[in-house]
Design a protein around this ligand. Structure first.
Ligand SMILES: [Zn+2]
Ligand SMILES: [Zn+2]
Length: 143
């Protein structure tokens, strides 16, 4: 997703583009990894000292609502967000050390025997699937 795509989506939904909002998006595009709200705030606070964590929270909420964020949890209870590369659902390989993530182009649901859940009479609307571990760079450093 480019900054243009994102800004267009904001306008379509009647959201104003404030400098703060643009900066939050810029940081998330540049970093291109899963970040907590605090991580994002930390990157921006040098340039926007008046920007509160609350404002970042609110903006992240808007991005999430517009389905432009992928949310995950590394197991420490903190939500981590990354801008999606394309709208629609996706799965990632996530590095627990540096936080980098890579999209994989398969969906485990395609391999699931749907018969196993059929008798539960459950209408699936969405699902999560993330693979955690160490990226090539980080596992090299471990040796
Ligand atoms: Zn890594
Ligand atoms: Zn899937």
């Amino acid at each position: 997703m480019s900054i243009q795509d994102i800004l267009i989506k904001f306008k379509e939904h009647g959201y104003k583009i404030t400098p703060q909002r643009q900066e939050i998006i810029n940081v998330m595009l540049q970093e291109n990894r899963h970040m907590t709200v605090d991580d994002i705030h930390g990157k921006i606070s040098a340039r926007f000292p008046n920007l509160s964590v609350d404002t970042v929270y609110r903006n992240v909420g808007v991005l999430e609502q517009l389905e432009m964020l992928d949310k995950t949890d590394f197991g420490d209870g903190k939500g981590r967000y990354k801008l999606v590369e394309k709208v629609g659902h996706r799965h990632h390989l996530i590095c627990l050390k540096c936080g980098s993530s890579e999209e994989v182009d398969f969906c485990p649901l395609d391999y699931l025997d749907q018969g196993q859940i059929k008798d539960k009479n459950f209408a699936i609307t969405r699902h999560n699937f993330e693979i955690f571990g160490y990226c090539a760079r980080c596992s090299k450093k471990e040796d």
